[in-house]
Write a protein that binds this ligand. Sequence first.
Ligand code: ADP
Ligand code: MG
Length: 729
Amino acid sequence: MKHQRSSALQEALSTAPLRLPETPCPACADGAEAFGSLVFGLDAMRKRLPKDVYRRLARIISEGGRLDPAIADVVANAMKDWAIEMGADHYTHWFQPMTGLTAEKHDAFLSPTPDGHMINEFSGKMLICGEPDASSFPSGGIRSTFEARGYTAWDPSVPVFIIRNDNGATLHIPTFFYAYSGEALDRKIPLLRSLDALSTQALRILRLFGNTTARRVRASVGPEQEYFLVDRRLAALRPDLLLTGRTLLGAPSPKGQEMEDHYFGAIPARVMAFMQDVERELQKLGIPAKTRHNEVAPGQFELAPIYEEANLACDHNMLTMNMLRHLAARHGFLCLLHEKPFAGVNGSGKHNNWSLTDSDGNNLLNPGSTPQDNAQFLVFLAAVLRAVHLHGAALRLGAIGAGNDHRLGANEAPPAIISVFLGQELTGVIEGIITGTPAPHTGDSVMEIGVSSLPPLPIDTSDRNRTSPFAFTGNKFEFRAVGSSQSVAPANIALNAAMTCALQDIADELERATAAGQSLNATLQDLLPRLFRQHAPVLFNGNGYAPAWKEEAARRGLPDYADTVTAVEHYSDAGVMQVFLRAGVLGEREMLARQEILFEHYAKTVRIEGDVLLRMVNRQILPAVRQAEDRAARLLAHVRAVSDADEAEAEHFLRLRGHAAGLQGAAAALGEALAACRAAADAHGMARTARDAVLPAMRLCREHADALELLVDDDLWPLPTYAELLWTH
Ligand code: ADP
Ligand code: MG
């Protein structure tokens, strides 16, 4: 084994779990490390703000709206005092540009006075609005470099928080990010627009059912986060892991996930310490980290929080990903959030659990126990089916990415076809409504749909379908196609926008009929069977991995956009843009800019992977192979000198030479593909070339390199192997 590899492996295997400093239990009230102790939340606000200011701010937080400049100074001052007491000396507007990551630029509270002193200053203006030089963030042409200004504005619906390290602390202010023209340059703005639009339309339905008390309908999101951990010292020997977050080559480990011994297995001690560290830090930030376990692939794990309001959940997931990456270092790990870090074992996803709750606390996707509740539930269910059926192409845009392309449709994650799984029982109910015959469990009376006559719906939540991209799980839907490294904002923006359109259509029709004097009951008797019949093609309870489903889905007219480039090409389809326009979530220019950014992001991701692979092949793999060839040639000459029985040595030598030549040829082709990608006229052309030329050339390089890994003597092979990366925790 090569020396570096061997010593990294020794170190990895002899590393003890990190012992965390003692802290009081996070649930203990008033403990310095209590849940949310690093958050300036409602409790802290109540303690520190004048009553009337607190009340006005609390209303904005729960119902939306802008912070009145008149109270901004008071709020800012209280925040500053709190932050300084917590050890902060800097603040930052924390935002989510279209890079897919979070961004921050820190400023000290320090400010000079006219008489030459320094004081700590933080005004309302500094809280509400920031103006970072934004010229280096993707804007898709919305903002040219010469008018580089971007603006950040506080999103009061997410509390400010403190990020600490050993040397200090910084107050983080969650903000929107927009251009001079007011157009969104981030994912938070459209997410909030989508949540407002969804609430407006959902309330129309609730009012029709006689609900006069709900003031708002909120989307709740619980994102389950999968990730891999690899030892940092081993990862340091792999440029592909460091620069792209995935292995670009590597022969399969003789032992992968086939024994099914990792899933839900005992958590390795070092990993456990890491998880506990992450959970503690998250809980201090008010992020309700709840569930931890080993996932299917060796080296793969999951963290699930308790669900929260969608905007908060999205910010918290971004913070969670930051924390996972950041804290891994102190445990000697590299955390891989990539969707497919290793070929041949499962990749990582992010199940986006989504439901709707009114401000009285009722989950609108809960079947409920009264006929009235059930009828309302069926209307929302019909709206979900309509949203997914009519706007699948928009939803598909919530689950794109160069990384996710390796996962979707690869028999470990749902296919790229967006369909809905409801389970046997609920499907039976719907079929009963369509045909006007009772579902099996409803006895022999004919089932009516009206408010007064619908029987209780016993929903058995126990049947699950891992192969469905969009599955009902009792009182929520689980959008399972989202990638592990992605923000959940795009998925939820698309989902909320599609749902807004569907609810609007339904509310329009119901309001029209009831205004014309028809009873709600009678209107539903007509509308629900019609909607369920129209949208039944989106229902699929079968095996989404089966090849037959692709054909069947095509017959049903469901789009199958197999990769990111195809999905993004459809972004500008009139039908797709209409979803976002109608819901008022994105304007036309904002969408076209986003399309451009997505093409660019995809192309750059693949191009960087290609460049990294090419260097690894030329500078690490081929030199090792040449040494191996040399050795094999000498051995062959030696054997021939002493005996005629040289078949094994000759064959070994020839196979080495064959793959070496193959790899050299593939590397040359990869170089050409990369040049073509760089030369493409625009982002769309670059993305297509990346998909059609760079990726296939990379695959060919990998075939030869992986074959060579098994032919080259272990002491010459420079890269930590899959076995070493996957089984050393
Ligand atoms: P599983 O899907 O593995 O059975 P759970 O049902 O417990 O696990 O939940 C998985 C995720 O779904 C968690 O983040 C959980 O908080 C979230 N979740 C549970 N109920 C809801 C809901 N009503 N709306 C949104 N997310 C939810
Ligand atoms: Mg789940």
